[in-house]
Design a protein around this ligand. Sequence first.
Ligand SMILES: Nc1ncnc2c1ncn2[C@@H]1O[C@H](COP(=O)(O)OP(=O)(O)OP(=O)(O)O)[C@@H](O)[C@H]1O
Length: 417
Amino acid sequence: MEGCPCNPMQRSKSSQPKPIDLEGPYRLLYCSSKGDKNGVIKEIESGVSPNLADYDKRTALHLASCEGCTEIVNLLLVKGANVNSVDRWGRTPLSDARSFEHEDICKILEAHGGTDPVELDASNPCYELDHTEVDMDDSVLIGEGSYGEVYLVKWRGTEVAAKTIRSSIASNDRVKNCFLKELGLWQRLRHPNIVQFLGVLKHPDRLIFLTEYLRKGSLYEIMKNKGRLDPLTAVAYALDIARGMNYLHQHKPHPIVHRDLTPRNVLQDEAGRLKVTDFGLSKIAQEKDSYGSYKMTGGTGSYRYMAPEVYRRESYGKSVDVFSFALIVYEMLHGGPANRAESPEVVADKRAYEHSRPSLSSVAYPEKIKSLLRECWHENPQLRPSFENIIIKLEAIQEILQDKKFMKFCVNRCSIM
Ligand SMILES: Nc1ncnc2c1ncn2[C@@H]1O[C@H](COP(=O)(O)OP(=O)(O)OP(=O)(O)O)[C@@H](O)[C@H]1O
């Protein structure tokens, strides 16, 4: 595990974001999350908007709903807070109040017209499996990540992956509930390039969930064993990832942003197809900052793939995944991560503050791929292409590469005959 990303309270370079000023307008968010009624009144009376939001678009009403501060919720609504403000993850204050099971706050928000677009409520329980159907004693350890260990187990006669959530996460009821809600969202997803979620085994003191088992392991392991991939294979893999990501980004009613797309979160099935996993979970295992908002931890190498705006703690959207995607494609074509001699955090810092990007000159592959990579890691997130667009471009590149391979085959055959 690597350390925490930049802490805005500690940064000093002039080019870096200003420290969050606890005496400034953001104090409203702080007071709301702490249930400090006098503080909230003082801030609003001094002219701070009740709809002020942080870099994740979380408002005072989100934070008070999350923390169960009923009095503050009432106060903010009286002062004109928007009951249906939507944060970066498409969540309203009601989504938060439901996640943390603050029934009284749910009722207040609903009475004020609050809706829950994410629909993470009781009508969408996480699919619960009977834990006696899985024999954990016969399990084989296949890996370990930031949330816990992963085992190969048999469930109803089929080999599946059982992901255990460490007790430091699962023993906290609120975090556990939040985890279950996120799994509830994953449970509804179906796509050939998305790892299939199967259900949750609930023990009183443990949290384990099952997904399909992908025998060939992660793209990280594949690249470690094979080194540089030939362009045709790299493009086929890139298309698999892009198709899975496009499905997540086009999810209705709200896009699902992965936020932690790395080679470790891409797995390969027996047929050689790549599938994306662990989306949406990244924010749960992250630390909460002093405002009750989540911050990225950069665990197991994520800094190497982190978009500059995430590292700088600015507001961000779907295109952070496009940035990470470009670095994965680069790694497949170059046989290793860019700037591998430097620590992941230093690499992320240079990308964020010195606009550093990997050099594309050393390895020969089609110029069209190089220009696609440059577009995908563009400094301006708005100018990065969508995955829909990336798929179209990759399909065209794939066709050219296949034609070339066919031509080479024909030439070789002619010279033999
Ligand atoms: N469904 C699966 N099928 C086969 N192997 C898996 C599966 N899920 C995870 N693994 C293996 O277990 C390892 C750990 O997975 P896990 O998702 O817990 O962590 P990670 O993705 O490596 O790191 P992080 O949790 O920080 O993102 C993976 O690298 C992979 O080798």
